[in-house]
Design a protein around this ligand. Structure first.
Ligand SMILES: NC(=O)c1ccc[n+]([C@@H]2O[C@H](COP(=O)([O-])OP(=O)(O)OC[C@H]3O[C@@H](n4cnc5c(N)ncnc54)[C@H](O)[C@@H]3O)[C@@H](O)[C@H]2O)c1
Ligand SMILES: [Zn+2]
Length: 358
């Protein structure tokens, strides 16, 4: 098992990564001072069928009184309506200030449950139990919780850290190939922006990752969590440094929005990383050989590297409307070389266009 500790302004918590951790959840909670009493598990239909029994058994064996709240799958559930239903169910269960909420699922369950935990009775303890590669390597770390509102993603939210994160690598075994690939782009991004050795490790082990080698998966989830945790610690409220995590996202978000939110986030970020690496190349930073390495690893990871069939003008327009725009200028977190990143809002439209149509 690997352990990453994240220090926050109000304390610190552990991110545990390893195989078979779900069956130890009861003990892990007790070890961290949760007295046996009520716990509420929030999960979705698919994850409940696949993994919830293991969690329930572990909690029961440790003497907890469990309420399982199942919601349908999908991004649509990240809504105030679903949050409202969760508040009601928790009220019926007589959940109290000290009743922990356990988020068992992917990023959707993590974001929604985190938001409910932050707001129900002004905050109840949150335990993240991410089950997708995207949520284990990225979204469960950093305390951002949210629901969508209208057409806007993550419009209503709160910064709220869990008391413990349990990433059970064995749970990844039930994801399909595309879902596993989708989770890899943010992990590759972490290597690209801050850790050249990790990037190289990913290059060397990509076949093992895709063959679901649990030791390699544990290593990459733990390293990815560590890289993100170190950034979050320095900028908990996203006021500056955390911007570097947006590498690939200026273009990635534009792809998501122009495709009507039909493109998967990880796949959009993969394409975004390629376009932004080309912008960096135009600015004489990323070298041709490094662009090639990036393209190779993304391809081997099963991720797209070409823009889908979307009009470049529309993408540019979407970038201008993105929240990362400061005083009318499009802001990028561009790879400088493998393992380094820089922020700039000084990229000419012609360079962006050139990178988009490449
Ligand atoms: N809070 C953050 O910092 C942050 C960062 C990035 C993304 N996100 C959010 O994360 C969400 C995307 O997360 P996601 O990609 O995990 O999607 P998701 O939660 O929708 O999960 C994808 C699908 O996989 C299924 N699933 C989950 N675990 C499984 C398992 N072990 N085996 C089989 N199926 C499983 C789910 O039922 C779902 O159908 C988005 O809403 C995004 O906004 C948040
Ligand atoms: Zn992202």
């Amino acid at each position: 098992m690997s352990k990453v500790t994240l220090k926050t302004a109000n304390g610190s918590y552990d991110i545990l990564v390893g195989s078979g951790l779900l069956s130890q959840a009861g003990t892990l909670l007790k070890d961290r001072g949760f007295s046996t009493g009520k716990v509420a598990v929030v999960t979705d239909t698919r994850v409940r069928k696949l993994h919830c029994d293991t969690l329930e058994k572990s909690l029961k064996d440790s003497g907890f009184n469990i309420l399982v709240i199942e919601i349908p799958e999908g991004e649509d559930q990240k809504s105030l309506e679903t949050a409202g239903r969760l508040y009601e169910t928790l009220t019926d269960f007589y959940a109290e200030r000290n009743t922990p909420l356990l988020a068992l699922g992917g990023g959707v369950i993590g974001d929604l449950t985190g938001f409910v935990a932050a707001t129900y009775m002004r905050g109840v303890p949150l335990i993240q139990i991410p089950t997708t590669l995207l949520s284990q390597g990225d979204s469960s770390i950093g305390g951002k919780t949210a629901v969508n509102h209208g057409q806007v993603k993550n419009k209503i939210g709160a910064f709220y850290h869990p008391r413990l994160t349990i990433s059970d690598i064995s749970n990844l075994g039930t994801l399909n190939t595309r879902e596993l690939s989708n989770g890899l782009s943010e992990i590759i991004k972490h290597g690209l922006i801050l850790d050249a050795d990790f990037f190289e490790y990913l290059e060397e082990n990509i076949d093992k990752i895709r063959a679901m080698d649990e030791q390699v998966l544990e290593n990459i989830v733990a390293r990815s969590a560590e890289i993100k945790a170190r950034v979050v610690e320095k900028d908990e409220l996203d006021l500056g440094l955390r911007n570097i995590l947006n590498c690939g996202h200026t273009v990635g978000h534009a792809v998501e929005s122009v495709s009507g939110l039909k493109t998967w986030h990880g796949e959009a970020v993969s394409v975004g990383l390629m376009v932004e690496a080309r912008i960096s190349n135009e600015l004489n930073m990323m070298k041709d050989i490094e662009i090639e390495r990036l393209e190779n690893i993304l391809k081997k990871a099963g991720l797209p590297t070409e823009l889908p069939n979307l009009a470049p003008e529309k993408l540019l327009e979407a970038m201008k409307h993105d929240k990362k725009v400061a005083e009318g200028k499009i802001r990028f977190a561009l790879p400088k070389r493998i393992g380094e990143v820089f922020i700039t809002d000084d990229v000419s439209t012609s360079i962006i266009e050139k990178a988009l149509v490449n």
